[in-house]
Design a protein around this ligand. Structure first.
Ligand code: NAD
Ligand code: MG
Length: 383
């Protein structure tokens, strides 16, 4: 039996790479569902090439275009956010690759977990916003969450075969992004074009800005906490500019395992989709001779304040990470639109964390409301 895959966010950086991985392994995977927000042209092209059973366009104004283009292709076309939730909860697929960016990925991922589906999770924001609820529901419904984020895939791969041997700590590696080594007097002037240029990875716009500001590593700390059931103190960050060691686990006997490879998201995508199988491929191989030195340095959290803010939010807990995430989504969008400067992003996130109501044990509805209130408040701080 082939594994039936749904890709939510199929037109994005992760989504398009996942489509390739599936197409190259059509003996073990079948592509059943594709979704996109507004890139109707690419969604139509993917549908015509790979013939899924279902496509979803969440931007309803694009429905007519997609529907008429696929009229004769025997593909069901749905529109709107609710369609994501409905299809996520249906028996039309086995594994959901959650590759929507941001808070927008939460509801459909929860709907899939509710049905006990396997989730290949790229959408880290889901765990940042509501990690306690998401992981508790996954446990209750026996839904497996397999990380796609390269650092978390690395840790997951290090843990396979360890039979719950206790972890002393995990070490998440960070590339440092395009502004590694820079100070505030440089960052004050940087523009989006520079921030979008990551030295090692090609990614969607939001995560590229997050990588430049180190918010990505902050979100990944919180993601790791929930994925691996860790205490806050067990999570460390180290800057490793070559992005060859994808992360490390240290066990209670002091032994440390690392997972290594070239920076290529197709590998963690393939690993999550095919888990527990390792599938032969022709991806470029890591050669040590091309990396005569692997280097490590502490993160500069005085300059890259987002990492400090994320760490504080993780330690404070409750709805703080949800506020952090919502504020971050608003400021990243504003930075991309040249409405605020690079350093103002941290100022606004900090103000949101100070001003919005703290809830110690939030319900799902509390998270939904915190997200909405934070977005409104953060937007009001942007002229
Ligand atoms: P992207 O911007 O390239 O793609 C996002 C996808 O989500 C697109 O298909 C888009 O149509 C869809 N989308 C956007 N807004 C939506 C909305 N409101 N409703 C429904 N769908 C919507 O992003 P990406 O870089 O592929 O990242 C996707 C997720 O994977 C993010 O959470 C990111 O943090 C995570 N991730 C990405 C990478 C990477 O290399 N790109 C690595 C690790 C983790
Ligand atoms: Mg990552």
């Amino acid at each position: 039996m082939k594994r039936r895959i749904a890709i939510f966010g199929s037109t994005g950086s992760i989504g398009t790479q996942a489509v390739d991985v599936i197409a190259n392994n059509s003996d073990i995977f079948s592509l059943e569902v594709l979704s996109a927000h507004s890139n109707a042209d690419l969604l139509i092209a993917q549908a015509k090439q790979y013939h899924p059973n279902i496509v979803i366009i969440t931007d309803e104004s694009k429905y007519e275009k997609v529907n008429s283009a696929l009229e004769n292709d025997n593909i069901k076309v749905y529109a709107g956010e609710k369609a994501l939730v409905d299809i996520a909860g249906s028996d039309t697929y086995d594994v959901l690759l959650a590759a929507i960016v941001g808070y927008a990925g939460l509801a459909s991922t929860l709907a899939a977990i509710e049905q006990g589906k396997t989730i290949a999770l790229a959408n880290k924001e889901t765990l940042v916003v509501a990690g306690d609820i998401v992981t508790a529901m996954a446990k209750e419904k026996n839904a497996l969450i397999l990380p796609v984020d390269s650092e978390h895939s690395a840790i997951f791969q290090c843990l396979v075969g360890e039979n719950n041997n206790p972890i002393e700590k995990i070490i998440l590696t960070a590339s440092g992004g395009p502004f590694l080594g820079k100070k505030p007097n440089y960052l004050i002037n940087v523009k989006k074009d520079h921030a979008l240029q990551h030295p090692n990875w090609t990614m969607g716009a939001k995560i590229s800005i997050d990588s430049a500001s180190l918010m990505n590593k902050g979100l990944e700390m919180i993601e790791a906490k929930w994925l691996f059931g860790l205490q806050n103190e067990q999570i460390e960050i180290i800057v490793h500019p070559q992005s060859v060691i994808h992360s490390m686990v240290q066990f209670e006997d002091g032994s440390m395992k690392a997972q290594m490879g070239l920076p290529d998201m197709k590998l963690p995508i393939q690993y999550a989709l095919a888990y527990p199988q390792r599938v032969k491929n022709d991806f470029k191989r890591l050669q040590f001779k091309n990396y005569p030195s692997l280097t490590f340095e502490p993160a500069d959290i005085k300059t890259f304040r987002n990492l400090a803010l994320a760490k504080d939010a993780m330690f404070k807990g409750g709805n703080s990470p949800c506020i952090l995430n919502a504020a971050n989504e608003i400021v990243v969008e504003a930075f991309i639109k040249n409405k605020i400067s690079f350093l103002e992003m941290s100022d606004i996130i900090e103000t949101c964390l100070e001003k919005l109501t703290f809830i110690e044990k939030p319900s799902l509805n509390d998270y939904i409301q915190s997200n909405r209130e934070t977005r409104d408040f953060a937007s009001s701080l942007i002229k």
